[in-house]
Design a binder for this molecule. Structure first.
Ligand code: ZN
Length: 236
């Protein structure tokens, strides 16, 4: 039983109190559209040459950034649960087609060994339960020690193309099984906690489309980091 808000510690019957929730910027399908690649203030700032659609819960600004931080660095399952519940709630108003499988963005074996979990997989697990979509946690691998967040945009692109690789099996089994029952294009959702430049998900999407030219790729993220002068940061 949660008695205080994860963010402001005031008494609250829910893990995040309604005051904190009211302070968050959520993308609304009815206002910003179901596919944020058609919404300039987001699409104009993320690499998206190799995926087809983008869904994001909200902006990576306070207080959502604090919730994401708890998910990422303090292994807060509650924070992960809150974010994925909100995400699922928004998904129910979304008009994009339901993906066949969820693909968490991999973290390196080194990071997994120190952090003991992949925050993207945690998000996937609760979304998977609510929306009844299977997860493939071993579709891709991330090599090496490097982290993206302190690199420039160009350096990120070079780094991402070096560090990510699809696994040998990747989606072979899922696609084979689906082809027997369903003639729709095979659709995946790549899931990550934070979207900043989009380079990581775009690189992974490029690899997937090279290997499976006919698949449709959506990217799902909990939060988008707006550039400093983004129009999204002006409180209306
Ligand atoms: Zn609060």
């Amino acid at each position: 039983m949660n008695l205080s808000c994860l963010l402001c510690y005031q008494a609250s019957p829910t893990p995040v109190c309604h005051w904190c929730e009211d302070d968050m910027f959520f993308f609304e399908p009815s206002l910003h559209g179901s596919n944020l690649l058609q919404f300039g203030p987001v699409a104009g700032h993320v690499k998206h040459s190799h995926y087809d659609a983008l869904s994001v819960l909200g902006l990576h600004t306070w207080p959502m950034s604090s919730l994401v931080h708890q998910l990422k660095f303090t292994h807060s399952l509650t924070a992960g649960k809150v974010l994925s519940n909100w995400f699922v709630h928004k998904k129910r108003q979304c008009t994009l087609s339901v993906p066949h499988v969820l693909l968490p963005v991999p973290i390196s074996a080194w990071r997994l060994a120190t952090r003991h979990y992949n925050q993207a997989t945690l998000l996937c697990e609760s979304i998977s339960r609510e929306l009844d979509i299977p997860i493939n946690p071993s579709w891709a691998k991330r090599k090496g020690l490097s982290v993206q967040h302190h690199l420039s945009k160009t350096a990120r692109a070079e780094n991402a193309s070096r560090v990510f690789a699809l696994s040998e099996q990747c989606l072979d089994n899922e696609i084979r099984a689906q082809n027997r029952t369903d003639k729709r294009d095979f659709t995946v959702a790549i899931v990550d906690d934070v979207l900043t430049t989009g380079v990581t998900v775009n690189t992974l999407s490029k690899r997937l489309k090279q290997r499976y030219p006919k698949i449709r790729i959506q990217v799902w993220a909990a939060a988008f980091t707006p550039p400093p002068k983004s129009s999204l940061l002006q409180k209306g």
